[in-house]
Design a protein around this ligand. Sequence first.
Ligand code: ADP
Ligand code: MG
Length: 288
Amino acid sequence: SIPLGFFGGIGGASKNGILIKGGNYLEALNSVDIVVFDKTGTLTKGVFKVMEINVEQNISKEELLEYAAYAESYSNHPISTSILKAYGKEVNKEEIESYNEISGHGIKIKVKDKEILAGNIKLMDSEKIAYEPVEAIGTIVYVAINGKLAGSIIISDEIKEDSQRAIKELKAIGVKKIVMLTGDNKQVGIKVAKQLGIDEVHTELLPDEKVEKLEQLDRQKSPKGKLVFVGDGINDAPVLARADIGVAMGGLGSDAAIEAADVVLMTDEPMKLVSAIKIAKRTKRIVW
Ligand code: ADP
Ligand code: MG
């Protein structure tokens, strides 16, 4: 049987915009050792802005942005939203002959008899495109046309207002280690982690590498300690399912993430995780 106090705890949490999918998770929230955060959309707003466009000879910035917008037109990644917004015009999707989104890499399309690639260096490497790495603190989207680099788009995200406070308070209430995992590049990952006081950061991870990292981290917890993963994206569903307590951002989060999660933060604020742990601790005092 479930002690009545658990219902009080779960009800109290839901009034605070925290959905806890069972008394066992409320109990587990009492012994959190390690918290692992995804970056984009979880600690950062996930609302990217185009900061800079660089082009090779023979193409204008407008043209490069247009090709990138065509490539991103079917994606719902935050990167695509920012590129489509900067483009500002309608994409005629009927012109797109084929479309392929490669998770953690980017996009490959065929349009007007041209093959367009838009994505990171992993995509350029796997498609054997020669490039000079761009030096910039931001997410870099390389664009290639017919097997040749045409330019790059630098986009940048902002840290959420309450991320820093959440990390400080998680440590204050007994969390031993705070980690960030991201598919984004090293420069961006390290900068965000430093700004937030995160203990450990792993960058340029593919979705299945995130699961591997999580498994390594899971072995570091104390015998009764729990590991929490907090994420928002479609890519995050496997990691959410693998953690002792998977926490999804409910507003920005994908349906797959919300479904795979044990706890949903309706307002997307990292501080809500602190509230959830505090409610769990209060509930424990009432139940036992
Ligand atoms: P995160 O771990 O930060 O949530 P993702 O796994 O979603 O990041 O993506 C990792 C990286 O893959 C991005 O930083 C970007 O370089 C590349 N990428 C993913 N989707 C796209 C896209 N639609 N367009 C361009 N690049 C993309
Ligand atoms: Mg993500």
